[in-house]
Every structure is written in structure tokens, then in C-alpha cells.
Design a protein around this ligand. Sequence first.
Ligand code: GLN
Length: 475
Amino acid sequence: METTETFDDISRSLQNGEIDCRSIVEKYLKTIQTKAHLNAFVEVYTEYALTQADLIDQKLAEGKAGRLAGMVVGIKDVLCFQGAEVNASSKILSGFKSQITCTAVQRLIDEDAIIIGRLNCDEFGMGSSNENSVHGRVLNAADESRVPGGSSGGSAVAVQAGLVTAALGTDTGGSVRQPAAFTGVIGMKPTYSRVSRWGLIAYASSFDTIGIFTHTVRDNALIMEVIAGQDQMDSTSSHKEVLPYSQLLKLNKRVKVAVLKETMESEALGQEIKENTQAILSRLKDEGHEVTEVEFPLLKYILPTYYILTTAEASANLSRFDGVKYGYRSAQGQSLESMYKTTRSEGFGEEVKRRIMLGTFVLSASYHDAYFTKAQKVRRLIKEHTEDLLSKFDYILMPTTPTTAFRFGEHSGDPVAMYLEDLFTVQASVSGVPAISIPNGKDKDNMPIGLQVIANSFKEAELYAFSEYLTELTA
Ligand code: GLN
């Protein structure tokens, strides 16, 4: 068995009796070990995974196994798994053990997927390069001198390098789609509220989503169909019916695609990515689909809106980490107040502190209306315009990122240059609509390029079907 095989291949081999779950897990464990230098995993659940494999082999023999039997999954270090440590890649959560299991993870386990370990990421999901992690940086397997993207860098590389069949990540402003683009895999962010956030360590609660990394659209759709849906533990989770996405992958109509003039004309957009995107747009026209260039003048306001609102939410969410209730506590504090201060100063990394300060500033009494309230109004406008466009067109198409994977250190000294990496991914996050990144060729350095497809809220089925069609077209 090749470790980069898809779940379809694995299922077939399982059914034919060529392999069993134990041998699948053993093979992945071996690959994880040989590629340990990539630093994708922060913890491997060796014993647990092998025990589960034996249990599922027994279930298979009795014909009682779930839909995901044989699938081996890694989870981002912000998703709780009861009894195991979870750090959000932060020193402040060092030694902290999950009290609960994340609903999305539990639903995978209930269908007999095997959770094999915890994956590296940027601290609390803040970053675009996986350089902000207490566990150290993750290497891009396509070129180890380059970043894997972030914040779910470990999840992307685990799939890219064949360390797992699939991985869960989280996407607040692009953290599944951007690393997927940088590593040449499929990365899906669902509609906000489609997947329960119970057991996900919050970054910005009105943006956070749990997303999926896979090699194929089909595997991705299958996992979504398992983890999506209402959950009584998350009152914001949607009651809307979950469709059998993996069985609805056939595109049976000519589609209408919108291309935003401002994205294709953006100064930040690299030439090769622009050309690859234009090539796929021409292919679509040749195939009889409608491709229309439209204006979206609000584009330039999306990134500032995103960074004002997410830092505000982060400053509130992260206030709970004070040295009393969770993880790390500084030994320096002489009083309760100074213990809070030293714990937070020592426990949080640079980027997280920058965002807490920025968020606290935009929420402060004197600036609340000028920044926070204003950004909320702009968010509403962006959301309305995006939804309006998506009621006239089936999809919006754009590159996932303005550049391909950059080198380590390239943006570390310049937070604004790093934030610009999110230029194209934040629209779907600010609007709450689903979006996916699929591979679209490579640049001259052989680095993967991502193509992003955006659809209207709860159109996951349509998004998957079109993505399946596009992967055939780009192949
Ligand atoms: N790179 C973006 C940020 O730093 C997105 C992060 C995310 O989606 N978690 O906020």
C-alpha cells in the first residue's frame, strides 16, 4: 500500500482482504517516523491507534464496521481529544489535557476512523506560515526550505507527505485553504455553523470553522458528510439537513462563474498564478460555461475588517488563559495580579500578544465605535455583496493565494506582509460562505498553486461537485 493512497483505494484493499487496519496503521506509523523531520506531528497516539485498528478489524470481520473504517486521521493541535494533551501550539497550554472530545473528532471515531495523532500549527491558529508554534516550524515536503502555510501547516503536510489519509484543521481566515494551496492538496472550509465548534479552542468565534484536508474531493466530501450537522453542544451549529455530498459529485449543468476584477488585477498576485488561473478560466469557457468578470470594489476593505474583528474576538477569547485555570503558570508572580501578568507575558508568543493588544485597543471605550463597530458594519456590507453575487452566479473563482509557498523567515519581520498572504481567503471567512482550495498546477520552482472556489452558504454539495469537475479539468 502506498501511503498517499486515497480512502477509496484503502477501502477497496480492505474489502479484498489484501490489508487490514493494523497493517494500514503500522504503515502510516512507519512513514510518520521516517518523515519526522517535517515536524508535522507533535504527538503520535501509537498505542491508541493500534488498539483501535484491532477493534475495527474485528468489527470488519463481523460486518459491523462504520463508513470510515480504514481511514487514518490526524487532528490539529486546537481540537480536543479527551485525555490527550492539547496546546494550541502555545506555551501557555503546556501540560494541559483535553477534558472533552471535539464533536467533529467524535463523529469520525463513531464511523471508525482512526485518530493517529496531533498536528502542529501556528499558536492559537494565528499565522500563515506555521512559524509561530511552540513546537517549532513545519517543513513543506515539496521544498523543505519553504513554509507549509498556516495556520494548519501540520495538517496540510501530514496529508501532502502521506502521513495520514486525511486531516482536520481549522479555518478562521484561510488556515485550511492557504496551506492546502502551498502543499498541493485539497482543503475545504465549510459554511460557518455547518460543523460544530464544540471542542475547538476558540480564536475568533464568529469566524472559526473546522475544515478538512485530503488528496481527493471525494474523500473530503465523505468526511464532511460525517462531521457536519447540528450538535446540541454548540448552539450556533446549523439545523439544516446534511446531504450525502460524496454521492452528489456529478456536475450536471453549465455553470455561471464570477471572477472579481480586483483579484486578478491585484498588484500582490504573482504572474504565474495569474496565468494558471486565466488558463482554467479559458478552459471553462471552452467547455461552454459562463465566465464573467465583475467588479468588487469592497475587496480592499476585507483584510482590515478581518484583522480588526478577529483580533477583537481573540482578545476576549484568550483572556481566560491566566495561569489559574489552564496549563502554564509563571513562577515569578508575587501577587495574583503579577502572576496573571507574568504568566501571560511568558506564556504567549509574539504574534498572539500583538493581536491581543490590537484587539484590546479596537475594543477600548475611546476607539470602539471608530474601529470595532465600523468593522462590523463593513463586514455586513461585504457579506451582503458576496451573497448577492452568489445569488446571480453559481461560484466565484480566484487564486487561493497571491504567492506560492515562500521561504522561512521571508515575512517573519513584517506582520503586514504576512497578513497580505490572506488577501484572497478572507472574503469567504468574513462572509461565512464555504470555500475550497484545489491544486491548479505548479510554478517554475515546482511549488503547488491553489485555485479557490467559493459558493453561497450551505452549497457544499454544489461546491464539491464543481471542484470534482475542475480537478478533472486541471489534471
Ligand atoms: N492567516 C490568518 C490569520 O493569521 C488565518 C488564520 C486562520 O484561519 N486560523 O489570522
